[in-house]
Ligand binder design. Sequence first.
Ligand SMILES: Cc1cc2nc3c(=O)[nH]c(=O)nc-3n(C[C@H](O)[C@H](O)[C@H](O)COP(=O)(O)OP(=O)(O)OC[C@H]3O[C@@H](n4cnc5c(N)ncnc54)[C@H](O)[C@@H]3O)c2cc1C
Length: 416
Amino acid sequence: MNRDVIERDVIVIGGGAAGFFAAIACAEANPGLSVTILERGPRVLHKVLISGGGRCNVTHACFEPAEFVTRYPRGKRELLGPFHRHGAAWVVEWFQTRGVKLKSEEDGRIFPVTDNSETIASCLIQAAEDAGAAIRTRQSVTGVEQNPDGSFHIRCSDEATWHCRKLMVATGGLKPGSPMDSLTSLGHSIEPLAPSLFTFHIDDARLADLQGLSVNDAEVSVLGTKLQERGPILVTHWGLSGPAILKISAWGARALQKLEYRFECRINWIPDAAYEEVLQGLKAMKNIEGKKQVAASRPFDLPRRIWERLVAQAGIQHGMTWSQAGAMALKKLAGELTACDFHVTDKSMNKEEFVTCGGVSLKEVDFKTMESRKVANLYFGGEVLDIDGITGGFNFQSAWTTGFIAGQAMAADEFA
Ligand SMILES: Cc1cc2nc3c(=O)[nH]c(=O)nc-3n(C[C@H](O)[C@H](O)[C@H](O)COP(=O)(O)OP(=O)(O)OC[C@H]3O[C@@H](n4cnc5c(N)ncnc54)[C@H](O)[C@@H]3O)c2cc1C
């Protein structure tokens, strides 16, 4: 064998959440194995560090697997079994037994009590070290080939070559033209890639200078599709964001890509009331608050400045009182409140938590072990798979779970 080839029992490509869980699980389960993580960047766990606004939303406080999987636009069916064995409660315990205390917030998101993602990254690095798994950074894998005996040759951009008996690919969301396209040459199919968890770019006078305002409960739909979601909406410098928008972008990742991110979206600012009910509420204001200015008295729980914009859009002039507002204007205002249409011109991913929809086809992976059904000794975990969740800790949970299962499986069998 070429003396420049570095021999390992197990190699994990990618030093992210899935890669670390795999390497730790493998080395802990079988301490006799040489396990190495190859990471292309200068540091490992980059996404863990920037995640959750620097706090790392580790998982979600939902302990019923059948409910947990409903948060995955892709991967729902395949993740059900794995989450029965290694779900949110298991991952909370995993961190707690290693000294990391976690807390859940009102909306169910779970974070380290330190509110600092460094806590999670340090725990993972320490656990890898304790288990004897090696970490090699600046090792950008450019190609993978399988030998006739089932082992692998792995080439890196600095011309280093590695050899291993079991290989795990945990390289995160694939990008078109990424070096891991060599997966396809190993016989794997890649489901088409599309961004998920993005915000809507909208240029509209109604939103100008309102950045930072949020509505706790609104409904967003994409006209001409069945896409509809409910939740908080946030006005940004560039358009609309917030959990409801992110959710619809995840469920509509493929449909919105087909529309080239140009479409009409409709916001119902009062999702608990139908148009007629809202109109009756506005008409009632004529009797109750007839002398008050429409712009200054809100019958609905909306931020003042958003209300003022909708009032102006309905043609109700500044200073006009409820008793002066005509029937047509009130109808228009009821329309703005329940069916407020915006033209989306693009997607934005500025500082948002985005993930990739698409990746290694789930049909080609055995979710009991995370081993490829096409190539023996090859394993997958994390976002490289055609799995993605909505925001709230679901993306890390699938990375921890699939990484761990792969790690344990790689440690077993003929290595024992
Ligand atoms: C800004 C942001 C915030 C987020 N916040 C959250 C959150 O709070 N909660 C949550 O659940 N999800 C969050 N996510 C999503 C989450 O970070 C990912 O789903 C998760 O990191 C996927 O883990 P992974 O191990 O599969 O991939 P990654 O974390 O992407 O790790 C893959 C690693 O592989 C390396 N790599 C890639 N190609 C090669 C190669 N050819 N050779 C060697 N190494 C390679 C990469 O450099 C990377 O380090 C966030 C995403 C972003 C972008």
